[in-house]
Design a protein around this ligand. Structure first.
Ligand code: G3D
Ligand code: MG
Length: 336
């Protein structure tokens, strides 16, 4: 089983990123003592990996040397919001390069906490890194991540997977192509409650009758758009809104739209793009969730993501209180 090592100075976000994959949710971390080893199985794609979480505090950095030469890939995590400690992080990065010269494991640099205001981006930090001569000999890459919004985590996983297995990870996101539109068959705004199903698009709470799109079509149906239209009309006559549990994307717009009324999906003024939908879908698969609208909703429209998109600049205290609010939501990704 390959081993990957998360390295970087304390507070960069190593344990939080690992927790997204191992605990399937954001957790309150405590500073890592020493080195933790965890084995994770991504059964959906038949991939097992050992993850080393190396404590980043000064005392523990001495331990890195014992472990670094046993790893097959290094994830070096940098806190992009911590201007004061960037030099310290760069110095440890260089030390790490020297220590791992012998096994020359590939390195992925994660510019983490990119959700926070006034961060340093991958271009800025990448520029600094590229002047380090020891790095020239290495296979390396740099990406921006956030353990809070999950930005970049799928990309991180794909890079890691391809380096360790020499295969490219391609997620098959099922869709049905009708006319020039691609229909994906889980809508994050379909809410199933004990007393029935509801659509929460545009912050409404509309009772709906769910007729999944895939149940609607025989193999070679001639005019699928017409069937969708007729089904909508049929339910309108009995005063119900039909929900196909599907969203669609087209070349005309970046955002995902409802298969029934073609409006953009929106929660508290925040829309979601096609790319974000696919990313959330992939994230869900990786974290072991079955395709569930609540999970998708949670990843795609998390409170923090909504606020950040609306121009809110969070500080650490805000993030804590938002996380606590999110935790109070009844659904929990790990229960899916
Ligand atoms: P470490 O394992 O590298 O030492 P941790 O770091 O994973 O323990 O994270 C340190 C703090 O940074 C934690 O805050 C954690 O919630 C926060 N954090 C980690 N990743 C991100 C991120 O992408 N964005 C933001 N905004 N915060 C992040 P606390 O307050 O629990 O110490
Ligand atoms: Mg830690």
């Amino acid at each position: 089983m390959p081993t990957i090592g998360f390295v970087g100075i304390d507070n960069a976000g190593k344990t939080t990123i690992i927790d997204v994959f191992t605990k399937h949710k954001l957790t309150k971390t405590i500073p890592t003592v020493g080195v933790n080893l965890e084995q994770v199985s991504f059964s959906e794609i038949g991939f097992d990996v050992s993850i080393l979480d190396m404590g980043g505090q000064k005392n523990f950095r001495l331990l890195w040397v014992d472990y670094l030469n046993t790893v097959d890939l290094i994830l070096y995590v940098v806190d992009s919001s911590d201007h004061e400690r960037l030099d310290e992080s760069m110095k440890e990065f260089q030390n790490m390069l020297v220590l791992t010269e012998a096994n020359a494991a590939p390195i992925l640099v994660l510019i983490n906490k990119i959700d926070l205001p006034n961060t340093m981006g991958a271009i800025e930090i990448g520029h600094k890194l590229s002047s380090i001569s020891e790095l020239m000999k290495r296979d390396w890459n740099i990406i921006e991540t956030s353990a809070v919004t999950t930005k970049g985590l799928v990309e991180m996983f794909k890079w890691t997977y391809s380096k360790l297995t020499k295969k490219t990870l391609v997620f098959e996101v099922d869709y049905k192509e009708i006319a020039d539109k691609k229909y994906y068959n889980t809508c994050p705004l379909l809410l199933n409650l004990a007393d029935g199903s509801y659509c929460i698009n545009h912050d409404n709470f509309t009772p709906i009758k769910v007729v999944p799109l895939e149940n609607l079509f025989a193999e070679n149906i001639e005019n699928p758009e017409q069937v969708i239209k007729e089904t909508i009309e049929e339910f309108e006559t009995v005063g119900r809104m039909v929900c196909f549990n599907s969203i669609f994307v087209s070349d005309e717009s970046e955002n995902i739209r409802c298969a029934t009324d073609t409006t953009e999906l929106m929660v508290e003024g925040t829309t979601a793009s096609n790319d974000e939908y696919i990313d959330s879908y992939n994230m869900m698969h990786l974290t072991g969730g079955i395709m569930c609208s609540e999970c998708l909703y949670k990843i795609l429209f998390s409170v923090l993501k909504r606020k950040i998109k609306a121009g809110f600049e969070p500080n650490v205290a805000d993030i804590e209180s938002i996380k606590a609010d999110e935790a109070r939501r009844k659904t929990d990704l790990s229960k899916c």
